[in-house]
Design a protein around this ligand. Sequence first.
Ligand SMILES: [Zn+2]
Length: 223
Amino acid sequence: MSKLRPARLRCAVCTATSEQLIAESESSFEPPDFDTRPGKPSRSSIIYWVQSCPDCGYCAHDISVAGEGTGEYVRHPLYQAFRGNRNFPPKATEFLCYAMILENSGLFSDAGWTALHAAWVCDDAKNADMAANCRRRAIDLWKEAKRNGQAIMDNDFEEFALVCDIHRRCQEWEEARTAANEGLECDNRPPIVEALFRRELALIDRRDAGLHNMAELRAARPA
Ligand SMILES: [Zn+2]
């Protein structure tokens, strides 16, 4: 478990103050999942990556800061209606609210990552349907990011690896296979990424939509 620091913050949208918990940054000892979710101990701190103002419902990484037009968007009935959505675990709803704000600001890549974080909260709540819903939302936002020239990761092969894993987790086998094959055609892909695509293709073949992490690749690597 990460160290938590309480902080009294003033909401940049409605000026209400509230107590928020901030996780001190901590490196992970365990390897990440195929979709980049960090291993322990920082794995459990993701719920502190988003804050929510209890008064107006503004959700952000830091609610004491807000971009231009954010206040108007937060007060919009559509945002307020989604804020009351009970289909997702409450923390997942906060991440999705934050994703809506980022999307409204044209930050589609960041919005996609935030939707993926919502999926991880749903995974922890064992809510597979809503986790898949959040992953599809992440994919849609990243498609919009690419249309707007925004990068999702540092390299094409990393993006294909991420998208492949997300489709696999949603049981979208053909989309996952296509992403893996496209990734295998990327130039300059390092051996670990090549091994990741081979592993993904094996998982796709046996219709495995479960969680897998990078330790599997290390174990499979020849000495
Ligand atoms: Zn507020």
